[in-house]
Design a protein around this ligand. Structure first.
Ligand SMILES: Cc1ncc(COP(=O)(O)O)c(C=O)c1O
Length: 299
């Protein structure tokens, strides 16, 4: 078979993701490969962690990129926080709430669905009804911005309700992070994941996650092993406070993609970063819908 190099056509990407990647980030991808235990790599991971803490607006020490796309971030949250028999309330108003249900069931949990129409935001009153009807629920999960319709839900209120009823929260911000405010610590989100290829304008293939201390407490005290070795947060050094505090996963990390995330982080800090804290009203174009990515944050 004849093999040729692949030269992708130049396109202007206008969908919800992947989005265009700045030449500076593409250049970062061409730099040499180093080992994942190389001190230079470990130092870079620490920087990526700090930049992600900034992007998520959190001080959670367990903030790191999973070396796989957004779906792996989703699986990391469910695989670590759901044990067989756990009841999880999943709010669904589009495609990705359905994937959350799949995750709960594949972890051996019971999904209690709170359905809203596609295009509508998650209704807090319906969630409260489900919480009252299911006092044994352990986790509430929802998508902040449903990519399938563009509907954005009020994450702060949904998290408040979940906590009022003693539940941890899993929040999908694959489409929202960087396009509309996401404040992990202020809103009290317990487990959050995103993807690098949407509003962060990075390459696809990484899934930044962040876990609160309450969520990690649950991970440490599980009565069963996490069913996925690759995604088991107990194997990340920082979780057990072992070796060093850095969040170093036990596998070869996706170094090139990480380097591109590092490049994106620079751009976030240097330019559009202030938008992360902006209110939706101040963020032109969002108006309750997170579609409009930052106006050329990387240029
Ligand atoms: C809301 C939401 N969650 C999860 C995912 C899965 O992300 P990925 O395609 O990077 O695996 C997507 C992807 O479009 C998404 O929009």
């Amino acid at each position: 078979m004849e093999t040729r190099s692949f030269n992708p056509p130049v396109r202007t990407l206008m969908g919800p993701g992947p989005s265009d990647v700045h030449p500076r980030i593409l250049e970062a991808l061409s730099r040499p490969t180093i080992g994942h235990l190389d001190p230079a790599f470990v130092a870079m991971m620490e920087e990526v962690k700090e930049l992600l803490q900034y992007a998520f607006q959190t001080e959670n020490p367990l903030t790191m990129p999973v070396s796989a796309p957004g779906s792996a971030g989703m699986e990391t949250c469910f695989a670590n926080l759901v044990e067989p028999g756990d009841k999880v309330i999943v709010c669904q108003n589009g495609v990705f709430g359905g994937r959350m249900k799949e995750n709960v069931e594949r972890c051996g949990g019971e999904a209690v669905m709170v359905q809203d129409a596609w295009g509508a935001a998650v209704d807090p009153q319906k969630l409260e009804g489900a919480l009252k009807a299911n006092p044994d629920a352990k986790v509430v999960a929802f998508v902040h911005a449903e990519t399938s319709t563009g509907a954005q839900s009020d994450a702060k209120i949904l998290v408040e309700l979940a906590h009022k009823h003693g539940c941890l929260t899993i929040v999908d911000t694959v489409t929202s992070l960087g396009g509309t405010p996401v404040k992990v610590d202020e809103w009290g989100i317990d487990a959050i994941y995103t993807g690098t290829q949407k509003c962060l304008s990075c390459t696809p293939g990484l899934s930044p996650i962040s876990f609160s201390e309450a969520a990690l407490e649950k991970v440490r005290n599980r009565s069963s092993k996490v069913q996925s070795w690759f995604l088991d947060l107990n194997l990340v050094n920082g979780v057990l406070g072992r070796w060093r505090q850095a969040c170093i996963p036990p596998h070869s990390a996706g170094k090139r993609a990480l380097r591109s995330a590092r490049g994106t982080g620079d751009a976030e800090r240097g330019g559009a970063g202030e938008r992360l804290g902006a209110s939706p009203e101040q963020s032109p174009g969002t108006q309750g819908r997170p579609w409009k990515p930052w106006a050329s944050p990387l240029s």
